[in-house]
Ligand binder design. Sequence first.
Ligand SMILES: [Mg+2]
Length: 413
Amino acid sequence: MTIKQGMKAIGHLDADCFYVSAERVRDGFLRGKPVGVLGNQGACVIAKSYEMKGAGVSTGMPIWDALVKCPEGVYVKRDFRWYEVLSRLMLEVAREVSPRVEYYSIDEFFFTVVEPRGGTFQGLADSIRDRVWERVGVPVTVGIARTRTLAKLISDAAKPFGALAVMDRGAEERLLSDRPVTEITGIAGRRAARLAPWGITTCLDLARADRRLVRSLLTASGEELWWELNGDPVRSVQARRPAHKALSRGGSFGESTSDPAVLHAWLVRNLERLIEELEYHGVSAGRLTIAIPYKSGQLGVGQVNLAVPSDRFDVLLDVARPALRKAWIPRATATHMHVIAEHLTSRSDCSGDLFEPPARGVRARAVAQLKREVNARHGRFALRSAATLALAPIYRDAANSHDICDVRGKSCF
Ligand SMILES: [Mg+2]
């Protein structure tokens, strides 16, 4: 098959033993040594280097067993806050090469790519891997293919520190013939067992099976995989989630403004309102988007993913500020602002306070609790961030104390 100029493809970037690699970024002593990263309470190995894997240590193994297998290993406690920092740097690189990036997990992104003019997809895969290595210091593997399912299989096959673009059907089939079906995300024990009686054990077997049979065995989601394995992209890169999975706060400023200090004050106000809503629903936000419509008709948008979902003011404000900078068009007059929380997860599902120095989390929760209690007693916004001082007249006017967006169950945009 010949590849046309300007052809589109999907990339998959996946860090190699990410937590270990992240620890090595800040401590060069760990390079080339068997390293294990320990989880909560330091009881289990949640990530290990290739050297430690070679010694027989597996993920989830208790520390006492790991110490027997690998007594010379270096064991460090996880620091998700640091991993989040590096994850964001990797994301930045992905966004430089692609207009559409899906933040799939802390160390894995899918993105769309176009074949570079005068270059190749292989050259692009190499350059993305090298750029992340130079900029972030984390080794990653990059796969580029016609579909996201193929891209992930290819990057898995090219690990570690690999870069591989496969756009040719012959090369795809060679790769698929080596991989068991269970290598495909979404095909584990029970689904694989349904395929086995039909002689479908490799990815290539699945690709060559009758499509209707695959649908009858694995339902519509299995058929999607069938198309994907055969090079027809049916699963797109999800740079945005559907609106109904979002909560948002914002609206008109009343008085339009081009003053960044006033915009910042609005950001804080909207964020405080949004946090009330997150608390009400018992959810944390995994992504925050700031949208600013301008008088000129332009729309500024800034979006930030949180590696660890949060409902906390300090954490959300930290990510909302860079998003505001992205959405800000200097000297243009803004009329509205929307702050949108997406990738909502139940608060019981996320253990944000495990991922940072505990003191910070405890303090933030205490401040949030105090804020809630004071406001419950003395009125909404009686206690609020000083960053909202620029909007004193807005708060003085009781008409502003409840916005159309604050009516629950409504979508504001
Ligand atoms: Mg990884």
